[in-house]
Design a protein. Structure first.
Length: 320
Protein backbone atom coordinates (compact mmCIF):
# COMPACT_ATOMS: atom_id res chain seq x y z
CA UNK A 1 0.00 0.00 0.00
CA UNK A 2 1.38 3.34 -1.04
CA UNK A 3 1.74 6.03 1.60
CA UNK A 4 2.48 9.71 0.99
CA UNK A 5 5.89 10.68 2.34
CA UNK A 6 5.86 13.13 5.19
CA UNK A 7 6.66 16.70 4.29
CA UNK A 8 9.04 18.51 6.53
CA UNK A 9 7.39 21.87 7.20
CA UNK A 10 9.64 24.53 8.54
CA UNK A 11 8.37 26.92 11.13
CA UNK A 12 8.26 30.54 9.97
CA UNK A 13 11.24 32.39 11.25
CA UNK A 14 11.01 35.79 12.87
CA UNK A 15 11.73 38.78 10.68
CA UNK A 16 15.18 40.11 11.08
CA UNK A 17 14.41 43.53 9.61
CA UNK A 18 12.59 46.14 11.59
CA UNK A 19 8.89 46.44 10.79
CA UNK A 20 7.57 49.71 9.35
CA UNK A 21 5.95 52.13 11.79
CA UNK A 22 2.46 51.29 10.57
CA UNK A 23 2.97 47.53 10.41
CA UNK A 24 1.45 46.95 13.82
CA UNK A 25 -1.68 48.83 12.82
CA UNK A 26 -2.43 46.48 9.91
CA UNK A 27 -4.55 43.35 9.90
CA UNK A 28 -2.37 40.21 9.99
CA UNK A 29 -2.14 38.11 6.86
CA UNK A 30 -3.91 34.72 6.98
CA UNK A 31 -1.73 31.67 7.68
CA UNK A 32 -1.67 28.54 5.45
CA UNK A 33 -3.95 26.83 7.99
CA UNK A 34 -6.53 29.59 7.52
CA UNK A 35 -6.40 29.09 3.78
CA UNK A 36 -6.87 25.33 4.15
CA UNK A 37 -9.89 26.01 6.33
CA UNK A 38 -11.46 28.16 3.60
CA UNK A 39 -10.90 31.58 5.17
CA UNK A 40 -10.71 34.35 2.55
CA UNK A 41 -7.72 36.60 2.54
CA UNK A 42 -8.51 40.03 3.91
CA UNK A 43 -7.12 43.30 2.66
CA UNK A 44 -4.45 45.03 4.60
CA UNK A 45 -6.43 48.00 5.89
CA UNK A 46 -5.05 50.41 8.49
CA UNK A 47 -6.83 50.27 11.80
CA UNK A 48 -6.00 53.87 12.66
CA UNK A 49 -6.70 56.88 10.40
CA UNK A 50 -3.60 59.11 10.29
CA UNK A 51 -4.11 62.55 11.74
CA UNK A 52 -3.26 65.79 9.92
CA UNK A 53 -2.45 68.85 11.92
CA UNK A 54 -4.61 71.88 11.12
CA UNK A 55 -3.01 75.04 9.79
CA UNK A 56 -2.93 78.08 11.97
CA UNK A 57 -4.32 81.48 11.00
CA UNK A 58 -0.85 82.79 10.22
CA UNK A 59 -0.18 79.89 7.88
CA UNK A 60 -3.39 80.39 5.89
CA UNK A 61 -3.34 82.51 2.74
CA UNK A 62 -5.58 85.51 3.34
CA UNK A 63 -4.57 87.70 0.41
CA UNK A 64 -6.89 87.67 -2.59
CA UNK A 65 -5.34 86.54 -5.87
CA UNK A 66 -4.68 89.28 -8.40
CA UNK A 67 -7.52 90.11 -10.77
CA UNK A 68 -7.06 88.80 -14.27
CA UNK A 69 -8.65 90.07 -17.45
CA UNK A 70 -9.70 87.65 -20.12
CA UNK A 71 -10.08 89.63 -23.35
CA UNK A 72 -12.59 88.18 -25.79
CA UNK A 73 -11.93 88.59 -29.48
CA UNK A 74 -14.97 89.56 -31.51
CA UNK A 75 -14.09 87.15 -34.30
CA UNK A 76 -13.62 84.27 -31.87
CA UNK A 77 -16.90 85.05 -30.08
CA UNK A 78 -18.81 85.10 -33.37
CA UNK A 79 -17.20 81.81 -34.39
CA UNK A 80 -18.32 80.19 -31.12
CA UNK A 81 -21.83 81.51 -31.61
CA UNK A 82 -21.95 80.06 -35.12
CA UNK A 83 -20.81 76.67 -33.84
CA UNK A 84 -23.57 76.83 -31.21
CA UNK A 85 -26.36 77.59 -33.69
CA UNK A 86 -28.00 74.19 -33.13
CA UNK A 87 -28.07 74.89 -29.40
CA UNK A 88 -29.83 78.21 -30.07
CA UNK A 89 -32.49 76.42 -32.12
CA UNK A 90 -33.03 73.88 -29.34
CA UNK A 91 -33.34 76.62 -26.73
CA UNK A 92 -35.86 78.54 -28.86
CA UNK A 93 -37.95 75.41 -29.29
CA UNK A 94 -37.79 74.71 -25.55
CA UNK A 95 -38.77 78.29 -24.66
CA UNK A 96 -41.80 78.21 -26.95
CA UNK A 97 -42.98 74.89 -25.54
CA UNK A 98 -42.53 75.90 -21.91
CA UNK A 99 -44.07 79.35 -22.42
CA UNK A 100 -47.39 78.04 -23.73
CA UNK A 101 -47.45 74.67 -21.97
CA UNK A 102 -50.85 73.77 -20.51
CA UNK A 103 -52.32 77.02 -21.89
CA UNK A 104 -55.78 76.75 -23.41
CA UNK A 105 -55.17 79.38 -26.10
CA UNK A 106 -51.53 78.42 -26.61
CA UNK A 107 -49.63 80.60 -29.03
CA UNK A 108 -52.65 82.89 -29.49
CA UNK A 109 -51.63 84.63 -26.27
CA UNK A 110 -48.95 86.29 -28.39
CA UNK A 111 -51.76 87.86 -30.42
CA UNK A 112 -54.20 88.51 -27.60
CA UNK A 113 -51.86 90.73 -25.55
CA UNK A 114 -51.31 93.43 -28.23
CA UNK A 115 -54.97 93.26 -29.25
CA UNK A 116 -56.13 93.98 -25.69
CA UNK A 117 -53.65 96.85 -25.47
CA UNK A 118 -54.92 98.16 -28.81
CA UNK A 119 -58.51 98.16 -27.54
CA UNK A 120 -57.46 100.01 -24.38
CA UNK A 121 -55.44 102.60 -26.32
CA UNK A 122 -58.30 103.10 -28.79
CA UNK A 123 -60.70 103.90 -25.95
CA UNK A 124 -58.39 106.03 -23.78
CA UNK A 125 -56.13 107.80 -26.28
CA UNK A 126 -58.45 107.63 -29.28
CA UNK A 127 -61.94 108.35 -27.94
CA UNK A 128 -61.17 110.24 -24.72
CA UNK A 129 -57.86 112.03 -25.37
CA UNK A 130 -58.51 112.28 -29.15
CA UNK A 131 -54.88 111.81 -30.14
CA UNK A 132 -55.66 109.88 -33.33
CA UNK A 133 -55.48 112.03 -36.49
CA UNK A 134 -58.71 112.56 -38.38
CA UNK A 135 -59.52 109.98 -41.01
CA UNK A 136 -57.30 107.27 -39.52
CA UNK A 137 -58.98 104.24 -37.86
CA UNK A 138 -57.91 103.93 -34.24
CA UNK A 139 -57.27 100.14 -34.30
CA UNK A 140 -54.91 100.44 -37.28
CA UNK A 141 -53.22 103.54 -35.86
CA UNK A 142 -52.31 101.80 -32.58
CA UNK A 143 -51.91 98.17 -33.67
CA UNK A 144 -49.41 99.05 -36.42
CA UNK A 145 -47.02 100.20 -33.67
CA UNK A 146 -48.01 97.85 -30.86
CA UNK A 147 -46.86 94.80 -32.84
CA UNK A 148 -43.18 95.91 -33.04
CA UNK A 149 -43.41 97.27 -29.49
CA UNK A 150 -44.61 93.86 -28.24
CA UNK A 151 -41.52 92.34 -29.84
CA UNK A 152 -39.30 94.81 -28.00
CA UNK A 153 -41.08 94.37 -24.68
CA UNK A 154 -41.26 90.57 -24.67
CA UNK A 155 -37.70 90.08 -25.91
CA UNK A 156 -36.33 92.40 -23.24
CA UNK A 157 -38.37 90.76 -20.48
CA UNK A 158 -37.57 87.15 -21.39
CA UNK A 159 -33.91 87.66 -22.29
CA UNK A 160 -33.08 89.67 -19.16
CA UNK A 161 -33.49 86.65 -16.87
CA UNK A 162 -32.22 84.10 -19.37
CA UNK A 163 -28.75 83.60 -17.85
CA UNK A 164 -30.11 83.21 -14.29
CA UNK A 165 -32.87 80.86 -15.45
CA UNK A 166 -30.33 78.64 -17.23
CA UNK A 167 -27.74 78.70 -14.43
CA UNK A 168 -27.86 74.87 -13.94
CA UNK A 169 -26.89 74.37 -17.58
CA UNK A 170 -24.10 76.96 -17.37
CA UNK A 171 -22.60 75.25 -14.30
CA UNK A 172 -22.50 71.83 -15.96
CA UNK A 173 -21.77 72.38 -19.66
CA UNK A 174 -19.60 74.96 -21.35
CA UNK A 175 -21.29 77.04 -24.00
CA UNK A 176 -21.22 80.69 -25.01
CA UNK A 177 -23.29 82.66 -22.52
CA UNK A 178 -24.70 84.77 -25.34
CA UNK A 179 -26.82 81.89 -26.65
CA UNK A 180 -29.39 82.25 -23.86
CA UNK A 181 -30.41 85.91 -24.41
CA UNK A 182 -30.22 85.36 -28.16
CA UNK A 183 -32.56 82.37 -27.84
CA UNK A 184 -34.98 84.53 -25.83
CA UNK A 185 -34.86 87.15 -28.58
CA UNK A 186 -35.65 84.66 -31.35
CA UNK A 187 -38.48 83.05 -29.36
CA UNK A 188 -40.08 86.50 -29.04
CA UNK A 189 -39.53 87.04 -32.77
CA UNK A 190 -41.61 83.90 -33.41
CA UNK A 191 -44.47 85.52 -31.50
CA UNK A 192 -43.96 88.67 -33.56
CA UNK A 193 -44.49 86.73 -36.79
CA UNK A 194 -47.87 85.51 -35.56
CA UNK A 195 -48.91 89.05 -34.59
CA UNK A 196 -47.70 90.34 -37.96
CA UNK A 197 -50.19 88.06 -39.72
CA UNK A 198 -53.01 89.56 -37.64
CA UNK A 199 -51.72 93.06 -38.46
CA UNK A 200 -51.87 92.25 -42.15
CA UNK A 201 -55.49 91.18 -41.70
CA UNK A 202 -56.27 94.47 -39.92
CA UNK A 203 -54.72 96.51 -42.71
CA UNK A 204 -56.61 94.69 -45.44
CA UNK A 205 -59.88 94.80 -43.47
CA UNK A 206 -59.64 98.61 -43.21
CA UNK A 207 -58.63 98.87 -46.91
CA UNK A 208 -54.98 99.77 -46.40
CA UNK A 209 -53.53 98.13 -49.49
CA UNK A 210 -49.84 97.27 -49.93
CA UNK A 211 -47.58 100.01 -51.25
CA UNK A 212 -43.87 100.34 -51.93
CA UNK A 213 -43.39 101.92 -48.51
CA UNK A 214 -44.09 98.52 -46.93
CA UNK A 215 -40.62 97.48 -48.07
CA UNK A 216 -39.17 99.76 -45.39
CA UNK A 217 -40.23 97.17 -42.83
CA UNK A 218 -37.03 95.25 -43.60
CA UNK A 219 -34.56 97.98 -42.49
CA UNK A 220 -36.87 98.92 -39.60
CA UNK A 221 -36.86 95.33 -38.32
CA UNK A 222 -33.10 95.08 -38.82
CA UNK A 223 -32.48 98.18 -36.67
CA UNK A 224 -34.90 97.00 -33.99
CA UNK A 225 -33.27 93.56 -33.81
CA UNK A 226 -29.82 95.14 -33.55
CA UNK A 227 -31.04 97.36 -30.72
CA UNK A 228 -32.71 94.40 -29.03
CA UNK A 229 -29.55 92.31 -29.28
CA UNK A 230 -27.52 95.03 -27.59
CA UNK A 231 -30.06 95.63 -24.81
CA UNK A 232 -30.66 91.94 -24.06
CA UNK A 233 -26.94 91.16 -23.85
CA UNK A 234 -26.37 94.18 -21.63
CA UNK A 235 -29.31 93.53 -19.31
CA UNK A 236 -28.78 89.76 -19.01
CA UNK A 237 -25.14 90.28 -18.07
CA UNK A 238 -26.04 93.00 -15.56
CA UNK A 239 -28.66 90.81 -13.87
CA UNK A 240 -26.01 88.15 -13.20
CA UNK A 241 -24.18 90.66 -10.96
CA UNK A 242 -26.99 92.98 -9.84
CA UNK A 243 -30.31 91.28 -9.09
CA UNK A 244 -31.99 94.68 -8.83
CA UNK A 245 -32.06 94.85 -12.63
CA UNK A 246 -34.89 92.32 -12.63
CA UNK A 247 -37.12 94.86 -10.87
CA UNK A 248 -35.88 97.87 -12.82
CA UNK A 249 -36.58 96.32 -16.24
CA UNK A 250 -40.44 96.53 -16.06
CA UNK A 251 -40.23 100.16 -14.94
CA UNK A 252 -37.75 100.90 -17.72
CA UNK A 253 -40.11 99.41 -20.32
CA UNK A 254 -43.09 101.33 -18.98
CA UNK A 255 -41.23 104.64 -19.12
CA UNK A 256 -39.94 103.86 -22.61
CA UNK A 257 -43.49 103.08 -23.77
CA UNK A 258 -44.66 106.64 -23.06
CA UNK A 259 -41.43 108.25 -24.25
CA UNK A 260 -41.90 106.72 -27.70
CA UNK A 261 -44.60 107.72 -30.23
CA UNK A 262 -46.81 104.71 -29.62
CA UNK A 263 -49.86 106.12 -27.84
CA UNK A 264 -49.57 109.42 -29.71
CA UNK A 265 -48.34 110.61 -33.13
CA UNK A 266 -44.91 112.14 -33.56
CA UNK A 267 -46.48 115.29 -35.00
CA UNK A 268 -48.16 115.94 -31.64
CA UNK A 269 -44.76 116.01 -29.90
CA UNK A 270 -43.35 118.43 -32.47
CA UNK A 271 -46.41 120.65 -32.06
CA UNK A 272 -46.07 120.70 -28.26
CA UNK A 273 -42.32 121.39 -28.30
CA UNK A 274 -42.72 124.10 -30.90
CA UNK A 275 -39.55 125.99 -31.78
CA UNK A 276 -37.57 124.39 -28.97
CA UNK A 277 -34.27 122.75 -29.98
CA UNK A 278 -35.58 119.61 -28.31
CA UNK A 279 -38.14 119.25 -31.09
CA UNK A 280 -35.39 118.54 -33.64
CA UNK A 281 -33.34 116.41 -31.23
CA UNK A 282 -36.23 114.25 -30.02
CA UNK A 283 -36.03 111.65 -32.86
CA UNK A 284 -32.28 111.30 -32.28
CA UNK A 285 -32.30 111.00 -28.48
CA UNK A 286 -34.48 107.87 -28.37
CA UNK A 287 -33.53 105.12 -30.87
CA UNK A 288 -37.04 103.70 -30.71
CA UNK A 289 -38.64 106.91 -32.01
CA UNK A 290 -37.63 106.52 -35.69
CA UNK A 291 -38.33 102.77 -35.55
CA UNK A 292 -41.86 102.99 -34.14
CA UNK A 293 -42.73 106.07 -36.18
CA UNK A 294 -41.36 104.33 -39.27
CA UNK A 295 -43.80 101.42 -38.92
CA UNK A 296 -46.70 103.84 -38.58
CA UNK A 297 -45.57 105.90 -41.56
CA UNK A 298 -45.16 102.82 -43.76
CA UNK A 299 -48.47 101.11 -42.91
CA UNK A 300 -50.85 103.98 -42.09
CA UNK A 301 -49.62 107.07 -43.95
CA UNK A 302 -47.91 105.35 -46.88
CA UNK A 303 -44.69 107.33 -46.29
CA UNK A 304 -41.04 106.37 -45.97
CA UNK A 305 -39.42 106.51 -42.53
CA UNK A 306 -37.10 109.27 -41.38
CA UNK A 307 -33.81 107.91 -42.71
CA UNK A 308 -31.59 110.31 -40.79
CA UNK A 309 -32.73 109.39 -37.25
CA UNK A 310 -33.03 105.75 -38.33
CA UNK A 311 -29.39 105.73 -39.45
CA UNK A 312 -28.33 107.21 -36.12
CA UNK A 313 -30.32 104.52 -34.31
CA UNK A 314 -28.56 101.86 -36.40
CA UNK A 315 -25.14 103.26 -35.54
CA UNK A 316 -26.01 103.44 -31.82
CA UNK A 317 -27.26 99.85 -31.88
CA UNK A 318 -24.12 98.64 -33.65
CA UNK A 319 -21.86 100.42 -31.15
CA UNK A 320 -23.73 98.96 -28.18
Amino acid sequence: MYTQPAVDRKEPTARTSAAPPHESALIAEPTPEDLDAGVLEERRVPKVVPRVEALTTDELRTEAPPRQRYPVRLRRALAELWRSRELVVSLVERDLRVRYKQAVLGVFWAVLAPILTMVLFTIVFGRIARLVPAGVPGPVFFYSVLVPWSLFQSATSFATNSIIANAPIIRKVYCPREVFPIAGLFSSFADFLVSAVILLGFLLAFEFWPTWTWLSVVPLLAVELMLLGAITLLFSGAVAYFRDMRYLTPSFLQVLLFLSPIAYPLERVERVLGDSPLADLYPYLNPLVPVMDGFRRAFVYGEWPMWGPLGVAAVVSAVL
